[in-house]
Write a protein that binds this ligand. Sequence first.
Ligand code: ADP
Ligand code: MG
Length: 238
Amino acid sequence: MRNVNRPDIIESDVVKPNVIELRNIFKRYSSKDSFVLDDVSLHVKNSEVVALLGPSGSGKSTLLHIAGLIDSPTEGSIFFEDEKTENLADDKKTSLRLRKIGFVYQYHHLLQEFSALENVMLPMLIAGKRRENAKEKAKHLLEMLKLKDKIAMFPSELSGGQKQRVAIARAMVNDPVLLLADEPTGNLDPETAQSVFDDMLQIMKANQMSAIVATHNYDLAKKMHRQCSIEDGKLIER
Ligand code: ADP
Ligand code: MG
């Protein structure tokens, strides 16, 4: 469809589709507990990066696990690229997660017995991609994350910031449409956090990735397109 005011713009460029939509999500961990998420709705459009703020225990990780189809809501629906996910069989969910979603956690979770390069290649190999392609892609990402001369090193030989950079490359190697990052720089000193964060954002932008990034840090949150916070189970757009 053409935009009437700007015939050179295709409508789909203007109205970006939702990558993920959480619709009326409720979550409680057991029937005795109160709701951690209490009627939360959130949509993230193509190439949109959303900051998720909130104090410890407010439900940020819970929301990210639900968005990443790792955990199920007590009630509510999740649409991924406009497709309802709740009736998907487990193997379909796993495949969708592997192909389309990348995760970065506060702790790197790298495999100690593998080099940086091998750690980044792994998700591509698991997805059935050719070894040479995986190697090339992993190298490229590690270079973009300023680890060109560290690719053969093992996690024990890398600093905290460098390990997080490897974890970010690993999350991005299958070209996810959605990156979910749970306080990805939360364990780093402020200066390192800033530089790792900036490089992560730059690659996300260059690849038009969408993301939800949980953080305590308002300065980092301001660099994203939108800021939301969870307060008493409710999601508030700031
Ligand atoms: P945040 O990531 O913002 O620190 P979480 O999502 O980890 O918050 O936790 C939100 C609330 O849910 C907390 O009160 C926490 O204790 C509770 N919670 C999280 N995971 C579980 C679980 N697996 N079982 C029971 N309660 C949980
Ligand atoms: Mg958390």
